[in-house]
Design a protein around this ligand. Structure first.
Ligand SMILES: Cc1ncc(COP(=O)(O)O)c(C=O)c1O
Length: 357
């Protein structure tokens, strides 16, 4: 490896987070959501780290399931978006995956698939998210028309729109709508994502679908005192250039930062092509030698600059934490006008993921 830019993936944090969340939900099973390359952590990495603990994984699309199978991951995998093409129905069965069906076209494809080559089917129901799922008013018709697809493995799934806001009553409204179905069909259910698993015990069902909680980012409801989730990723790079500039001199493209005093500027080997957000403003924190060092000037494609004037003994090659346990990814995301989900999933393939055991 040439430059020292890397994302450390902390196996102990992933296991800690998985176990902490599992302990909160003794009557539910936790499915680890590892779509989008496990939110940038590496889906195969995360599946292997959780192997033996986690009974089931979830991805968005078939291609993501295939990568896991090719890497030797054998646990059941739920494909959230179901089939986009008819041939994916048989492929899912061959790969021992579960398809979530959210529209009639998918159910028709599954019906035409010979029963011996058909995967288990879960039904997605729209209780207010208005993204995917059958309308509640149609569900009885759907369940009787496609009764041949309903088996003991079938799960009724819904997704919550605002579970990260504990004061928002829409979650209870969605739950109330779903409760009648739970009663009527006596099938297993899956409602909760991470914020719901942590903050809304009433949403816990047979399967909770946990993504961000495993990765220790946010926004998520706080756990009770004494138990916290740990960041599973540290994004770090090193100082590749150091210079002193005088008061009044500017740094970077567009000269958006002007030194208010004589300043020591460190150039760090990471930029927006690596996934560090270009929208981060002056002052966004990084940490060098245990001390905060603010971003100065615009983030460039491969580099960014920080002010290290107040950090004694700073040296070329020093490690800079962009986010991790010293700099919260939530803080960086907020300053960039986004959420940790986007920062994690946008980390580019140019950044090696290094597993720390
Ligand atoms: C349907 C569904 N369930 C669960 C999740 C996991 O959400 P979280 O990362 O908040 O746990 C997602 C993620 O986007 C999702 O789309």
């Amino acid at each position: 490896m040439s430059r020292q830019t890397q994302a450390l993936i902390h196996a102990d944090a992933l296991i800690h987070n998985y176990e902490t969340i599992s302990a909160l939900t003794p009557d539910s099973k936790i499915m680890a959501v590892i779509k989008a390359d496990a939110y940038g952590h590496g889906a195969v990495n995360v599946a292997k780290i959780l192997q033996g603990r986690c009974p089931c994984y979830a991805v968005a699309i078939s291609e993501e399931a295939l990568i896991l199978r090719e890497a030797g991951i054998d646990e059941p995998i739920v494909i959230f978006e179901g089939a986009h093409q008819p041939q994916e129905c048989e492929e899912a069965a061959r790969l021992h995956c579960i398809l979530v069906a959210h529209n009639h076209q998918q159910l028709d494809w599954l019906t035409k698939t010979p029963a011996s080559r058909r995967p288990p089917v879960w039904f997605k129901i729209d209780t207010g998210m208005h993204r995917l799922g059958f309308d509640l008013a149609d569900i009885d018709k759907v369940m009787s028309e496609y009764a041949a697809l309903v088996t003991a493995q079938t799960v009724l799934v819904t997704h919550l729109a605002s579970a990260d806001d504990l004061s928002n009553r829409f979650t209870q409204h969605q739950l109330d709508k779903f409760a009648a179905l739970q009663q009527r069909y006596k099938l297993n259910c899956s409602i909760a994502n991470s914020p719901a698993t942590l903050g809304w015990p009433g949403t816990h069902a047979a399967w909770n679908r946990v993504g961000m909680g495993l990765y220790g980012g946010g926004p998520l409801p706080q756990l009770s005192a004494g138990s916290t989730l740990k960041p599973a990723m540290t994004l770090q790079a090193s100082i590749m250039s150091l210079r002193t500039i005088t008061s009044g001199e500017s740094v970077g493209y567009g000269q958006t930062w002007v030194a208010p005093r004589k300043s020591v500027i460190a150039t760090v080997s990471i930029g927006y092509a690596d996934g560090y957000p270009r929208h981060c403003p002056n002052g966004t924190p990084t940490v060098v030698r245990g001390q905060r060092a603010p971003l100065v000037g615009r983030v460039s494609m491969d580099m960014l600059n920080i002010d290290v004037t107040d950090i004694p003994n700073v040296r070329l090659g020093d490690t800079v934490e962009l986010w991790g346990s010293q700099v919260s990814i939530n803080e960086v995301a907020k300053l960039a006008g986004t959420i940790s989900y986007e920062l994690m999933t946008r980390l580019s393939t140019r950044v090696p993921r290094v597993i720390v055991k």
